[in-house]
Design a protein around this ligand. Structure first.
Ligand code: 5GP
Ligand code: ZN
Length: 114
């Protein structure tokens, strides 16, 4: 997807601070961090929203959570706590239509979220 910023990051056509990569996923630092730790975890496959997930993607979604688990431990926020967020469509605030997990941590998180 040429017009997708995250696909362009995967292809290294747009620079980013990559913290993890394997055959099916990539994790990189959010350009506009909302917490001391704000890492985005994405599948390499272009899937616009959660609503577009198919049964065949079950493994992929589990994999993204596994990577979040690893990064949270690596960044020493696992025990303190962290938040995983996936926005879907306009009212949630989704701005990039390539599914991603936000891994947020390093400060106290508020609830309910804004
Ligand atoms: P959303 O609003 O779709 O849930 O989250 C999109 C996230 O992607 C935002 O937190 C935004 O700061 C981040 N983002 C948008 N464009 C870029 C970019 O070019 N590079 C990086 N590293 N993050 C981006
Ligand atoms: Zn994409």
């Amino acid at each position: 997807m040429n017009d997708c910023i995250f696909c362009r990051i995967i292809e290294r056509k747009v620079p980013s601070m990559i913290v993890y990569e394997d055959e099916i996923a990539l994790a990189f630092e959010d350009v506009n961090p909302q917490a001391p730790v704000h890492t985005l975890i994405i599948p390499k496959k272009h899937i616009p929203t959660v609503l577009d997930l198919k049964e065949a993607d079950d493994h992929l979604i589990g994999h993204l959570f596994k990577i979040a688990n690893k990064i949270a431990r690596d960044k020493n926020i696992a025990e303190r706590g962290f938040r995983l967020v996936t926005n879907c469509n306009a009212e949630s605030g989704q701005t990039v239509y390539h599914i991603h997990l936000h891994l947020l941590g390093g400060r106290h998180m508020h609830w309910p979220p804004g």
